[in-house]
Design a protein around this ligand. Structure first.
Ligand code: 3ON
Ligand code: FE
Length: 493
């Protein structure tokens, strides 16, 4: 009897592809309302604003884009005040978004394979890139900034979400210069007398690659900027920090630009993972002015990384926790990303890397084999030794599948907690918000947008981070869906 149940559990998927596809419908409308369809109760101590970014459009006037990462950035804002919550969303008015809206057709090639209509002849030798400002949104130095890693940020009005224009940080960035989409917030920077600072980077790829590191003070001014050249092409989406270092994983990839040049593929689709080549780990001291100048490059076995969770120093070692893939899936030209075969793709899995800076060796250990992506931790533990992480995860313990659950991992005891929205719910990136005045690292809430296919709408789900088992503290039903997004941040203001 138990064999039969097990077999059924294994064979039965926790989702249908049709349900999952609903989260990849464009949202063209812009909303502005108080959320009043609520299950449970919003904790009154939860105050502040969650900003989220992600592709809002998967077509331009019916012309489908090729990959969700090519979709125009749309900001959602959820403000919590006195036990109530308000929702607003707005598209980032990039030049490209406005021009395509006006033209009613795709005018730009996308990095991930979107082409202008008309076949390769219409796309050949067009190297222009469209800044789509769709990957992350931060509120820092009184500025709300929408980020996309291949170009400059767009600044928005935090009250109206209106696009103000491109941001150059007082001329520190030049036109078209990149400012990455994965800043890290150092909760206490020694160089800034213990004040928080923002650390970000940018990549300028080529036969060799320039990595630029920016550090911004609380006023939003760039107070430190340094650049390093490393050999080879780089696709580096994220990085990790400690109080003294920036750590980059140079994925083992090659770039063959010919299909891009000929108008057949997007630049990002010309990147190929080389499973026989090692990953290079580039460790750059944050404060070279203190005499700490030596950049170290370590090597570890192959794998592809988008996101890191955290890093911290233990004696001569640096521990880095990251989500690794065996391969990088592409969407073939003339195929539809909504038809993806999940089982044919490698799942993201969580690894811990041990970098020994003294003897240059790296060890690694698998922490979590369950398919997972989009991690979050308590903001005060960024770059520091930490105990708890929270991450989007598949409902099933093995195999590749859409994110439907939230997984909490206690790195000290190994204990896991899972809250799943399966079969009809699909999980977005969680964000940890500490409870005001809390002392324990997991005393706070997890906020996440969950797409509910049963109602074709999204919920803001609030979980008690110290106890997933009791289920959500509140589920706020939005009046509409929010397409699967990428990243966002919470600000207590
Ligand atoms: O590396 C070079 C330099 C560079 C900055 C070449 C290049 C053209 C590829 C490039 C541009 C990179 C860009 C524009 C990257 C954009 C990435 C993006 C928008 C999103 C990445 C998302 C990653 C993950 C892991 C998403 C997961 C999603 C789910 C689990 C499902 O919802
Ligand atoms: Fe990312």
């Amino acid at each position: 009897q138990s064999f039969k149940t097990q077999e059924k559990d294994i064979l039965q998927k926790s989702y249908t592809r049709e349900d999952w596809q609903g989260g990849y419908k464009s949202l063209t409308q812009e909303f502005d309302y108080w959320i009043d369809d609520i299950e449970g109760k919003i904790p009154p101590e939860l105050r502040g604003t969650l900003f989220r970014n992600g592709p809002g459009l998967f077509d331009v006037n019916g012309q489908s884009i090729h990959h969700p990462f090519d979709g125009d950035g749309m900001i959602s804002r959820i403000t919590f005040v006195n036990g109530r919550a308000h929702y607003r969303n707005r598209f980032v008015h990039t030049e490209g978004y406005l021009a395509e809206k006006q033209a009613g057709k795709i005018l730009h090639r996308g990095v991930f394979g979107t082409q202008k209509p008309g076949g390769w002849l219409a796309n050949i030798f067009d190297f222009k890139i469209k800044n789509i400002a769709n990957t992350n949104v931060i509120y820092w130095g009184n500025k709300l900034l929408a980020l996309w890693e291949a170009a400059e940020p767009y600044r928005l009005d935090p009250k109206t979400l209106e696009t103000v224009g491109r941001e150059y940080f007082n001329g520190v960035l030049s036109e078209g210069e990149a400012f990455g989409a994965h800043p890290r917030f150092d909760p206490s920077c020694e160089q800034d007398n213990g004040a928080p600072c923002l650390v970000n980077f940018s990549i300028k790829p080529g036969l060799s690659t320039t990595i630029t590191i920016f550090e911004l003070n609380l006023a939003g001014e760039v107070v430190r900027k340094q650049a390093h050249n490393v050999p080879g092409f780089c696709f580096i989406h994220d990085f990790a920090i400690t109080p003294n270092y920036c750590i980059f994983f140079q994925n083992p990839v090659t770039f063959n630009p010919i299909p891009f040049v000929l108008g057949l593929r997007g630049a990002g689709e010309c990147i190929q993972v080389q499973p026989k080549q090692p990953t290079k780990i580039i460790v750059i001291p944050r404060f070279p002015q203190l005499g700490q100048k030596e950049v170290k490059i370590l090597e570890v076995g192959s794998g592809f990384i988008f996101h890191h969770i955290n890093a911290f120093a233990v004696g001569e070692e640096i521990f880095v926790d990251s989500i690794c893939y065996d391969s990088l899936p592409g969407v073939e030209p003339a195929s539809d990303f909504r038809q993806v075969d999940f089982e044919a793709i490698a799942p993201g899995q969580l690894w811990r890397f041990y970098l020994n800076l003294k003897n240059g060796t790296v060890e690694r250990k698998l922490i979590e084999a369950r398919c997972c992506e989009f991690p979050t931790i308590h903001p005060a533990y960024v770059g520091r030794s930490y105990r708890y992480l929270y991450i989007g995860a598949a409902h099933a313990a093995s195999g590749n599948a859409p994110l439907q659950a939230l997984l909490k991992i206690d790195l000290e005891s190994g204990e896991r907690q899972l809250w799943s929205a399966a079969p009809r719910g699909f999980m977005g990136e969680p964000v940890f918000v500490p409870r005001p005045g809390a002392e324990n690292e997991d005393d706070g809430w997890i906020l996440a947008l969950v797409y509910d296919a049963a109602h074709h709408r999204s919920d803001v789900v609030i979980l008690d981070a110290s106890n997933f088992d009791k289920g959500p503290v509140a589920r706020l039903h939005l009046k509409h869906h929010v397409p699967y997004g990428l990243h966002g941040n919470f600000t207590p203001e």
